[in-house]
Design a binder for this molecule. Sequence first.
Ligand SMILES: Cc1ncc(COP(=O)(O)O)c(C=O)c1O
Length: 434
Amino acid sequence: MERRTFVKSLASTVAVAQILPGATEALEQQVTRLQTAMSAAVDDAKLWRRVRQEFTLNPGLVHFNCGSVGATPRLVVDAMANFTRELEADPYHNEWGGLGAGQEAVREKAAEFIGASLDEVALTRNTTEGMNLVATGLNLQKGDEILTTNHEHGGGMVCWQYLAKHHGVKMRYVQMPNPVKNKADILERIERHINKRTRVCSFSHIDTITGLQMPLAEIAAITRPKGIIFVCDGAQAPGMLDVDVKALGVDTYASSSHKWMLAPKGTGLLYIRKEIQDRVHPIMLYSGYGVYSGSSGTRNVSQILGHGIAMDFHNAIGRSRIEARCRHLSRLVRDRLRDIPALTLLTPEQEELSSGVVTFALDPARGDRGEIVKRFWNEHNMILKPAQGTYAYVPEEHVKGPHAHYNPIRISTHIFNSEDEVEKMAGLMKKMLA
Ligand SMILES: Cc1ncc(COP(=O)(O)O)c(C=O)c1O
């Protein structure tokens, strides 16, 4: 995005609210400094070192777990602190008017960020909430079927299990191949499980265990002609991939902005495609998709405005540039760990099926993932993730196959990470598993 356009976008969050004299200027100055430094950087390494300075992570801490929760840039942290001070100086006037009036500009940014229209996007607290809103807003009947996979996270799964328990809907689970070799295999498995009772297909955009990027557009080409609602758990994508919900063809898309979008904790978004809004009626959206309404109730204004600044931060650097950086680092992780005999790569190698999340299954004979991750933290100040691999949310009978319980270690790479961090982590992993 061109600097002037970006600064205008950045300013809109605060300017609309007509608050904080000087806040817009201060933010503009910070962004100008960042952008000037970035364009002056002679090489990529220098540029990304400069970006790293925008974060408040403890010195020496290596955060490879954006898949759980992201690190919020200083720009956003400072802006939020200012918003909170302002809000608390006159809570009544700033909750709904004043400061609070800036919240709708954030919803506009969220719509633009994922390629949707304003009347299709609501601001939520997280993916789980978005998925719950969709599931309970669908009016499914006893015997209706939900098709999902045995690789979903609880945040995208519990909503259907609730409907199964309390409303008699039936769940069917596609067994995900491991590792996934090609797109056709996934599509064939999905198609094989669809029948006349299938009302919903619910799949993650990025598999929380393996980092697989699901071929959503191809799945939509199967579901849409059949009138099946295609629900997507997008917890792991916006802010890492440059997401365009229209190109993906999904009917609903729920995400957590506190992960890859690096937004304040407890922020998320929900997209419901215009054409299916007559089939999905979440109570929270009964009075409309606006941030505050009679059916949403009172919101956390400073957090929501901070969400807007986080999107501005991404736009300043460039969403496709960020995606390329996340992918570059995750390729490096794959390259450096691939040859360790105790590890089996679970993430597909193909660009279109992979992402900024990389997972290896650790041979249980060579160690326990929890112990290894603990050593990285206790001895080296590095955060890796012992990924869900025991299917905490999937009934045992749906867990089959060679890597049924993977003992997986997951590594997420974002723009605050560096090649040096990856090299160091890989060297340590080799030594630990030697
Ligand atoms: C695929 C997936 N869905 C849902 C969630 C839940 O996210 P949240 O707790 O922000 O709702 C996660 C969290 O890791 C996830 O990976």
